[in-house]
Design a binder for this molecule. Structure first.
Ligand SMILES: *[C@@H]1O[C@H](CO)[C@@H](O)[C@H](O)[C@H]1NC(C)=O
Ligand SMILES: *[C@@H]1O[C@H](CO)[C@@H](O)[C@H](O)[C@H]1NC(C)=O
Length: 260
């Protein structure tokens, strides 16, 4: 252990004992932090961490926009290394499962991927639109989709390629509409994704369906075609729940928006 490491050890132990004290004090602090927004500060940071947890666990249920007191917090999260790290750990979990379960050489083991905030990142768009703190604006988002410029989510491209190497058959299942097929496929190819089996988009008869229903129906089609859906990756609970679900589902982080 060098001097640096021992200094860190001491600081770590110190922080443990300090955080222990703050745990003991938590009940009153906690109540305070749940009160109405009172400008930015430590209370907001604590509250917004808890808010994000409730969103990721789906305890929050349906929500429309990021609470205004958490706007800066969400911006810092999605543009910082924490988001990349959280996504990477989810991808590692998925890969560990995929390797353990394996895929048969008949190509009947499938993996279903959502696209937005799963394989592609729309951060360049959300950067211009308040990172989820503003109401969703369909027209400007559709314009962005047509540009086909979304980069790959950094953790997902290696996972996608590894799954292909392992002989999983890849299905893309997105809430985007059929008229966005070309832009979506073009964007995927530009971002480095190749070799998917099929790209599902919402057709006319799918419009207006909750994402959970639409996505479950499409997964059912995959199962009916003789595939076993071993894994599924998505940033929304509606990508993963419902019926014809995967053996294992992997939730990627997304504190910017919620799709029922
Ligand atoms: C993938 O499948 C092909 C046959 O389709 C087979 O030759 C190859 O060994 C398989 N790879 C793995 C990792 O199972
Ligand atoms: C998109 O449409 C153009 C023009 O029809 C076509 O050349 C191109 O191959 C299409 N791209 C994809 C990825 O389907």
């Amino acid at each position: 252990m060098n001097a640096h490491q021992s200094l860190y050890s001491i600081l770590f132990l110190l922080s443990l004992s300090l955080s222990h004290q703050s745990v003991l004090r938590l009940p009153s602090d906690h109540r305070k932090s749940l009160g109405p927004a009172r400008g930015r500060g430590e209370d907001d940071s604590l509250y917004c961490d808890s808010w994000r947890f409730s969103v990721e666990t789906n305890d929050a249920g349906k929500w429309s926009t990021v609470p205004s007191r958490c706007a800066d917090y969400v911006r810092d999260y999605v543009t910082g290394e924490r988001y990349v790290s959280d996504s990477s750990v989810a991808a590692d979990n998925a890969l560990e499962f995929a390797r353990a379960v394996g895929a048969s050489s008949d190509g009947r083991d499938a993996w279903v991927f959502d696209i937005d905030e799963t394989l592609l990142s729309n951060l360049p768009y959300y950067e211009e639109h308040g990172f989820g703190s503003e109401a969703f604006e369909e027209t400007s988002f559709d314009d962005w989709v047509e540009l086909a410029k979304a980069p790959a989510l950094p953790a997902s491209l290696p996972l996608y390629n590894e799954l292909r190497q392992l002989n999983f058959t890849i299905f893309l299942l997105t809430g985007r509409s059929e008229h966005q097929r070309n832009a979506t496929a073009t964007n995927m190819l530009r971002a480095g994704y190749t070799g998917w089996e099929k790209l599902f988009l919402r057709g006319d008869s799918d419009q207006g369906k909750p994402a959970t229903v639409y996505k479950s129906e499409k997964r059912s089609e995959i199962v009916s075609a003789g595939y076993t859906i071993q894994g599924s990756s998505g940033d929304q609970w509606s990508d993963l729940t419902g019926f014809a679900t995967a053996v294992r589902s992997f939730k990627l982080p997304n504190p910017m928006y919620y799709i029922p």
